[in-house]
Design a protein around this ligand. Structure first.
Ligand SMILES: NC(=O)c1ccc[n+]([C@@H]2O[C@H](COP(=O)([O-])OP(=O)(O)OC[C@H]3O[C@@H](n4cnc5c(N)ncnc54)[C@H](OP(=O)(O)O)[C@@H]3O)[C@@H](O)[C@H]2O)c1
Length: 247
């Protein structure tokens, strides 16, 4: 039987791309999934698809950059299904730009979402996991948190940050507390992210890179492998990238 059955699971950034694919796969495995994001229409549509196929899922609108909003999300999950067993920390922005373009607004948005947002979600679930001496946190990192790519200076730095906090969490709260801390580091995944890049030159680079992209389900399957482990096994990191991607 799957270790994910009936597990109360929050997926942030579940209104599209990797988060949506992951939420679908988790529900197929029998998890009780709360999909989070800001776009209520898209979240509701994915929840409807999941429940129509026999899965258990709900959605909650939450802004990852706002700690109060994230706490409300976790309270909703607890009220709806029970204490949170699994957090998939995934809501993120990939705003490519060159340093010479000094895209300070994009840098700040990524810091607010990819750094503060991840910390907010961890802060909101960790106390209860520590109390119950059980739980799983999976942080969505990136190949850009392993190798620095073109026009991905600040974006990559946010993913190096995620690599750092994941290792620290694993050593400090994983070891000895029964909490499993994992990370998945995708390469280029075709989710539509490239069209969301504001900076003009950054968007061109992202568009070119995205031609190598593979489907989001390839990452969702890696997430399922990482999370569907017995309590004594932790998968630290899985790097999944297109065969043809050369970094
Ligand atoms: N695609 C890739 O090539 C790739 C590669 C490596 C790593 N990743 C990582 O994978 C994760 C998902 O990326 P993706 O490609 O699936 O992107 P995506 O399709 O653009 O999805 C991003 C998700 O993040 C949510 N989000 C953004 N800002 C938010 C905020 N302030 N509050 C709450 N939710 C917010 C969006 O939901 P709303 O708009 O509804 O708020 C959306 O559901 C990111 O962390 C990204 O860095 C992606």
């Amino acid at each position: 039987m799957s270790n994910l059955k009936e597990k109360v699971t929050i997926v942030t950034g579940a209104s599209s791309g990797i988060g949506a694919a992951t939420a679908r796969r988790l529900a197929e495995k029998g998890a009780r999934v709360v999909l989070a994001g800001r776009n209520e229409g898209r979240l509701a549509k994915i929840v409807e698809e999941i429940t129509t196929s026999g899965g258990i899922a709900s959605h909650h609108v939450a802004d990852a950059t706002d700690f109060e909003s994230t706490k409300t999300l976790v309270a909703f999950a607890r009220r709806t299904y029970g204490p949170v067993d699994i957090l998939v920390n995934n809501a993120g922005l990939m705003l490519f730009s060159y340093w010479k373009d000094v895209a300070i607004d994009d840098w700040n948005k990524m810091i607010d979402t990819n750094l503060r947002g991840y910390l907010h979600a961890i802060a909101a679930v960790l106390p209860s996991m520590l109390e119950r001496r059980s739980g799983r946190i999976l942080n969505m990192s990136s190949i850009a948190g392993v190798h620095v790519g073109e026009a991905a200076g600040v974006y990559g730095a946010t993913k190096f940050f995620i690599r750092g906090i994941t290792e620290s969490l694993r050593k400090e709260v994983g070891v000895g507390n029964g909490i499993q801390i994992s990370m998945v580091s995708p390469g280029v995944i075709d989710t539509g992210w490239a069209e969301k890049v504001q900076d003009e030159t950054g968007r061109k680079i992202a568009g070119e890179l995205n031609k190598q992209g593979i489907p989001p389900l390839s990452v969702a399957d890696a997430v399922i492998y990482a999370l569907d482990q017995p309590p004594e096994i932790t998968i630290n990191d899985i790097v999944v990238h297109p065969t043809r991607q050369d970094w």
